[in-house]
Design a protein around this ligand. Structure first.
Ligand code: CA2
Length: 154
């Protein structure tokens, strides 16, 4: 059975593609899900794609990923990145590689976005690649865990 990558999205990311296109682009969260499934398929990985506006629910999803022996977690915790010690502690508590992703370059924005509680406990972080960063994060995770890459030949 294929290993599963959990792709977790935090608050307001359900609004993706509807507002602030200059910062976040025009892709919707549905588009991001498709992008993730395509990237994961190339590494023979399955995807559990979730979004929540609630901090505790994101903590629960991180625990669920660990309990279900996920191959890894890709997380865009949205604004909770900059505020949530609970999500940081959950990431630190699980023995699952976590890659943090942000659509925008958080370091080129307001000062309050420059600090991530998650980055110090994540395996890797990336930002500023637009929604394409999710696919890059999946490629990076696959390299970290040594997932098989599907040949493009028939
Ligand atoms: O760049 C990112 O991916 C962020 O995680 C997005 C968060 C922001 O708080 C972080 O600092 C950086 C915000 C997500 C809100 O997404 C929206 C998308 C479209 C319209 C409104 C909000």
């Amino acid at each position: 059975m294929a290993k599963t990558v959990y792709v977790l999205n935090g608050p307001n990311l359900n609004l993706l593609g509807t507002r602030e296109p200059k910062t976040y682009g025009r892709a919707t969260l549905k588009d991001v899900e498709k992008l993730c499934r395509e990237a994961a398929r190339r590494h023979e990985l399955a995807v559990e794609f979730r979004q929540s506006n609630h901090e505790g629910e994101i903590v629960d999803l991180i625990h669920a990923a660990a309990a279900n022996k996920a191959a890894g977690i890709i997380i865009n915790a949205g604004a909770y990145t900059h505020t949530s010690v609970a999500i940081r502690d959950a990431v630190a508590a699980v023995a699952v590689p976590v890659v943090e992703v942000h659509i925008s370059n958080i370091f080129a924005r307001e000062n309050f976005r420059h600090h991530s509680h998650i980055a110090p406990v994540a395996k890797a972080s990336l930002c500023g690649f637009g929604v394409g960063g999710y696919a890059l994060a999946i490629d990076g995770l696959a390299a970290l865990i040594g997932a098989r890459r599907k040949s493009s030949k028939p």
